[in-house]
Design a protein around this ligand. Structure first.
Ligand code: PLP
Ligand code: COI
Length: 354
């Protein structure tokens, strides 16, 4: 990686909004820090990024993002430890995945230093925005979208890469009941499901609205062919515990290769928790719920961390998950957040000092 940190221009905001923020009652992604990283792609190359005051952007009505949806994003978090040191969690994985997503959407890939050094420069300027309260962090949203003009349905010639950040608390508040989807699909073979493309989320909103109207918070997507196998939830991968075994479906071109998911698999293995990465059918989960061997279900993702699922609905019937004294979800959440926030050893080398 050719470092560019010293080439990044920093234009500081004249005033700060930080005193208006109630850091003790943070919601998820509602308030934004004073600065953002901005980087343009023009004439076939990415320009050196700049740290600039957080601002609204102006686009031509024909910008291709509006018409053809060329947009990809990432989700990361920065944590502050007891000594005010700043940490990221496996940031190179986010960088690589952003480029995997970009490639699928015919968006030019970013050089590693533009992402990594850009992120470091931004976090340095907005360091005070990183919460140090348990359960809070600075949510980081890197994204790339087509700014190039024209109604021709072809890739744009200009793009923007932005990183903006939001001091945030928990993604889910309260109970999480999920609906196992049998009609709509999130993604299909050969499609863009493995990319973190904006359109993947837009496509989920309507089926999720229908589920919310029925009293569920999230949809669990199943395979698009027969709706037979559990895939993932709208914003997280899914783990299912049957007796003592933790099971999660294999990633594919329909499923996002979650960084939390793969970290949990490694953590669980290292703790001698039996883990299986295999297809898991809805039938198996329903049977396990009926015979009492279904012990836990939880979602895993950067925003969601580990979110226990309280129950699921399937074909008009609701199934409750048992209330256990000790859960894998709670145990693994503590293990992963202790690593993320520098409260424990990091045997995997996942933590990244900024
Ligand atoms: N699946 C989807 C669709 C997501 O949006 C996310 C969130 O990023 C995840 C899974 C979890 O991925 P990660 O753990 O890398 O945040
Ligand atoms: C994340 O977990 O970072 C995500 O990107 C999920 C998002 C849709 C909130």
């Amino acid at each position: 990686m050719n470092a560019i940190i010293n080439d990044i221009e920093i234009i500081k905001a004249k005033t700060t909004k930080i005193n208006e923020v109630d850091f003790d009652n943070l919601k998820f992604g509602q308030v934004f820090s004073d600065h953002m990283l901005e980087c343009n792609y023009k004439n076939g190359a990415w320009e050196v990024p700049k740290v600039v005051p957080y601002h609204a952007i102006t686009l031509d009505p024909s910008a291709k993002i509006f018409h053809y949806g060329q947009s990809v994003f990432e989700g990361m978090k920065a944590y502050k430890d007891a000594n005010n040191e700043v940490w990221l969690f496996r940031p190179l994985e986010n960088f690589k995945r952003l480029n995997i997503s970009s490639k699928r959407l015919a968006i030019p890939e970013l050089p590693e230093a533009y992402f990594m050094d850009g992120l470091k420069a931004l976090l340095e300027v907005d360091k005070d925005w990183i919460p140090n309260k348990e359960g809070s962090s600075l949510y980081i949203r890197p994204f790339v979208f087509a700014t190039g003009k024209g109604f021709h349905a072809s890739p744009a010639d200009e793009y923007k890469f932005i990183i903006s950040t939001a001091p945030s608390g928990a993604y889910f508040a309260g109970k999480v009941k999920v609906l196992i989807e049998q009609t709509y699909s999130r993604s299909a073979n050969g499609g863009v499901g493995y990319a973190k493309a904006g359109g993947n989320y837009a496509g989920q909103f309507y089926p999720t609205q229908l589920a919310v109207e029925k009293g569920y918070q999230q949809v669990i997507w199943t395979d698009d062919t027969n709706h037979e196998y559990i895939e993932e939830a709208g914003a997280m991968n899914i783990f299912i515990r049957i007796n003592d075994t933790l099971i999660t479906g294999p990633t594919s071109d329909r499923i996002l290769d979650g960084i939390t998911r793969k970290s949990i698999i490694d953590l669980a293995k290292s703790e001698n928790i039996p883990v299986e990465v295999r297809k898991i059918s809805v039938k198996e989960v329903v049977e396990a719920a009926k015979n009492g061997s279904l012990k836990e279900m939880f979602g895993a993702g950067t925003a969601a961390v580990i979110s226990p699922i309280d129950g699921f609905g399937y074909q008009g019937t609701d199934y409750d998950l048992p209330k256990l004294d000790k859960t894998y979800a709670e145990y693994l959440k503590k293990r992963i957040t202790d690593i993320q926030t520098n409260k424990s050893e990091d045997p995997f080398g996942w933590r990244y000092k900024v």
